[in-house]
Write a protein of this length. Structure first.
Length: 158
């Protein structure tokens, strides 16, 4: 298919992310932006395995195949704001993490999507810890203060 890419969506709103006219960038499989060239989506359609996305200037199947295991990025400023109870995963990075009593624990340094759900990686003075992002474990989040408070569960972070 002449340069079209099969893309696995990590979004709850892939139709908005892959909308024709949206400008995207290409990154490595581990999420680093590797190509500063803006690419415009010319067409996109949902298929069983994800989305078939066509980009302006990419009309060669051989070049498209060389982009296997890459990431497609959109600038966050161009995306619609998340719903009231939703958040973009990249917004979790840098959050300050506090214990149930308000004691600072660390900072979110990475986010992972697992089959069981989202995991935040928290940099603590004692090393990095993984915490599932679940209502049962996150007591509350203050987005203006960029902070989350964990529930009182021994062993959750230490």
């Amino acid at each position: 298919m002449r340069g079209a890419l099969l893309v696995e969506s990590k979004s709850d709103a892939p139709g908005a992310v892959f909308a024709p006219g949206r400008v995207v960038f290409i990154g490595s499989a581990d999420g680093r932006r590797v190509d500063p060239t803006p690419r415009t989506i010319t067409a996109a359609r949902e298929v069983n395995l994800g989305w078939i996305v066509s980009l302006a200037g990419l009309d060669d199947r051989t070049v498209a195949e060389s982009w296997k295991a890459r990431t497609v990025f959109a600038d966050a400023d161009t995306l619609p704001p998340p719903d009231e109870d939703d958040v973009y995963l990249h917004d979790l990075i840098g959050l300050h993490v506090h214990a149930h009593d308000g004691t600072p624990v660390g900072t979110v340094c990475d986010v992972y999507e697992a089959p069981q759900g989202v995991l935040i990686e928290v940099e603590t003075p004692h090393g990095r810890r993984l915490v599932p992002w679940r209502d049962e474990l996150i007591a509350d989040a203050d987005w203006e203060a960029r902070a989350v408070r964990l529930v009182d569960l021994p062993g959750l972070i230490d």
